[in-house]
Structures are given as structure tokens and as C-alpha cells.
Ligand binder design. Structure first.
Ligand SMILES: [Zn+2]
Length: 382
């Protein structure tokens, strides 16, 4: 876990510090300077790399090493971070300070540490005399808000030629073969105002939205893994007016299609209620949908990662990633990164420097193992 091969710049910690010092808080993102810094570095190492602009100050970075024949492994890391936030920090969030083996700063864990380790791994792979296939790196913009970078990549390049995907989101170097999907939905109810002393003259939208909440909360969850939470609720005009508008929002997380099906059952019950009660004027709308991701633990990519990290069994991470957008037609996906998810989105976010060395090493060896191990098998027709 040191710079054992002595190549200048082969240090994921120093690189992660530099990346943390580039402000990519999203909104607005501003990932282009970060992508440009990595671009210059990769090109200096003789690696083919390009920026793909996404409008004012924003860009994806794409890089690749190895021959176009053979299997294709895609490393994905996002360049944006969540905002520094309102709570005070002890360490300057854009400092990249290194203290007692911890690198501090916004994005250190989520996920500039993982990004730095992937860049160093790609550089090491470029120095390999024979690669059995191609390794690409996508540094995406916008993951923390709308996955704009991953969506643009998918629209432009597709994933048809990608055999496997590695996402460097924080897992504390545990091997994750799955993450939950998210479904965010809204219920809006309309009514008619009236003086609240004469409630029957109006149609009460707040009471309708409370009924909708009861319907939603009374549907049984399909499995232990699926969660549903009503997270926003609003409406009303003033105390003495029957309200004509109200809304609620729901966040459903699920590792299976069960989350989607749960919401369809809620919608069906809301529709039944609307059909028999003309005063119940509620409509529903999906605000965001991120698919769950799952890869069989026996898949070579997962099995190899387990062997390299010495882990016994893969885990599921509770958050969603760019893989929800990239792996829509299922692509075998591994989520593995040096950050600790508990550090993400918090003040004094940090990542262990030692983990960054470990991650660069595992990404490097994972690619070698996957590309090397797969090449002969492909000729037999997978
Ligand atoms: Zn992240």
C-alpha cells in the first residue's frame, strides 16, 4: 500500500487532494475544470481522453486504455459533490487537508477519493504491456442532482459494447453487487375554497391529501427491503379558508421491482377512490425513477472483486448511483469504492488515505483479472 513501483504521480492520495480543491458543489456542478485537470494528466501519460461538454462549465470526461478487441470494462465515477452545507466544518471543506491518515474535504468519500484511485489504476493499466481488452473511464457530471452526465453518456454512446461496469461510490471497499432503486412520486389534490365556517360549500383539498396519505400508508410493503416514506406535505390558504390545493411527496426505495409495483397498487386505490368520490380530486405523478441494480454474486466480476478484497459475500448499498441510468439494459455492475458511505454528505467528510492506495490496487488488479480471464472464453461464444 505504498508507491511500490516508484512511478512519479502514482499516488491516489495526492491526486484526491487536488480533486477536492476543485469546487464542484452541485448545484451548479461546475465539473469542467475538474475534468480538464484529469484530462491533462491522462494525456501527459499518453492515454486517449476527451471532454464531452454539457453546457456552461460542465462536462463529462472519457478516457480509455487497451485494444478495442476483447471485453470492455467501464469504470464510472462522478465529479460533482453535494454542497458544503450550512453546518460548520472543523476542516476547510475545499482544503484536502491530510491529518493522521485522513483526507478531509467535501467529496473526499463521495467520491473524489474513488475517482482518484480509478485515475491512478487507469494510468497503471496503460503501462501494462498486454491488456486483454479495453478499460474506459467515465467521469460524469451531475450525479448528485439529476445524473445529467450519465444520461448524456448513455444517450450518446449507449452501453451496448460495455461488458461490465465498476462504480467507485463509497462502500468502504466492501463488494456491493446491488443497490436499491428510488421512486419519488407526488400526489396533488384540488378542491374549492369556501369560508371554513361553511365547509360543505367548498371541497377540502387538505383533507383529500390526508386520505391519500392513509391509502398510501395502508398498502403492505412487498418485502423487508422495500421502504416507503411520505417526506413532504403541504397545502392550505389560511385557518379560516377551506383549502383548494394540497400535495404530498413519497420516497420509495427497493432492491427489486417491488417498489414500482407497490406504487402501482397505491395509484390503483387512489383511482378507485376518485371514481366513487367526485370530491376526491387527486392526481399522481412520478418525479424521479432510478432503477435498482443487481448482479449475481457468482458473476466473474463480483467473484473476482470478492477474491481481491478477501470479502466473504457481497452486500447491497442503500443509495442509488449512476448505474441506475447506465445499466438500464442490465450490465453486470460492481459497486466498490474507498470512501465510507457514512461520511458522505456530512460536515468534516473524510476518507482514509490507506484505502485510496488499496482501491487503486484493487481496480488495477480487477481489470487485469477480468480482461485476462475473459479473453479466451469469448471465442467459445458467450
Ligand atoms: Zn456519490
Amino acid at each position: 500500500m505504498t508507491a511500490e513501483d516508484g512511478v512519479p504521480g502514482d499516488d491516489p492520495v495526492a491526486l484526491a487532494q487536488r480533486l477536492v480543491r476543485v469546487d464542484t458543489q452541485n448545484p451548479p456542478g461546475g465539473e469542467e475544470p475538474l475534468a480538464r485537470l484529469i484530462l491533462r494528466r491522462l494525456r501527459a501519460a499518453g492515454i486517449r481522453a476527451a471532454l464531452e461538454p454539457l453546457g456552461e462549465g460542465r462536462a463529462n470526461l472519457l478516457a480509455a486504455v487497451g485494444p478495442p478487441s476483447g471485453p470492455h470494462l467501464l469504470f464510472a465515477a462522478h465529479g460533482d459533490t453535494v454542497p458544503v452545507g450550512e453546518l460548520p466544518w472543523e476542516h476547510d471543506p475545499l482544503s484536502g487537508d491530510l491529518l493522521e491518515g485522513r483526507l478531509y474535504g467535501r467529496g473526499a468519500a463521495d467520491m473524489k477519493g474513488g475517482l482518484a484511485a480509478m485515475v491512478v489504476a487507469i494510468e497503471r493499466l496503460a503501462r501494462e504491456p498486454r491488456l486483454g481488452g479495453r478499460v474506459s473511464l467515465l467521469v460524469s457530471a451531475g450525479e448528485e442532482v439529476d445524473c445529467v452526465g450519465a444520461r448524456a453518456f448513455h444517450a450518446r454512446h449507449g452501453m451496448g459494447d460495455v461488458d461490465a461496469l465498476v462504480v467507485g461510490e463509497p462502500t468502504g471497499m466492501r463488494v456491493a453487487n446491488a443497490h436499491k432503486g428510488a421512486l419519488w412520486v407526488e400526489v396533488r389534490c384540488r378542491g374549492r375554497t369556501a369560508h371554513s365556517a361553511l365547509p360543505r360549500e367548498g371541497v377540502n383539498a387538505v383533507e383529500a391529501v390526508l386520505d391519500a396519505a392513509t391509502i398510501i400508508r395502508s398498502r403492505p410493503l412487498p418485502d423487508e427491503d422495500t421502504t416507503l416514506a411520505i417526506t413532504r406535505l403541504g397545502g392550505g390558504v389560511r385557518t379560516n379558508v377551506i383549502p383548494d390545493a394540497a400535495f404530498l411527496e413519497v420516497d420509495i426505495r427497493s432492491g427489486t421491482q417491488g417498489g414500482r409495483e407497490l406504487w402501482e397498487r397505491c395509484e390503483a386505490e387512489i383511482a378507485r377512490r376518485r371514481a366513487r368520490d367526485p370530491a376526491f380530486r387527486c392526481t399522481t405523478r412520478v418525479l424521479l425513477e432510478r432503477r435498482p441494480v443487481f448482479t449475481a454474486p457468482s458473476h466473474p466480476l463480483i467473484a473476482l472483486a470478492l477474491a481481491l478484497t478477501g470479502a466473504g459475500a457481497p452486500v447491497t448499498v442503500p443509495y442509488y448511483t449512476d448505474a441506475s441510468v447506465l445499466a438500464t439494459d442490465p450490465v453486470p455492475t460492481l459497486i466498490l469504492g474507498p470512501g465510507d458511505a457514512r461520511q458522505a454528505h456530512r460536515p468534516d467528510e473524510w476518507v482514509a488515505a490507506e484505502r485510496l492506495w488499496e482501491a487503486a490496487d484493487v481496480y488495477h488488479r480487477l481489470a487485469l483479472g477480468y480482461l485476462g480471464g475473459q479473453t479466451p472464453a469469448r471465442e467459445g461464444g458467450e
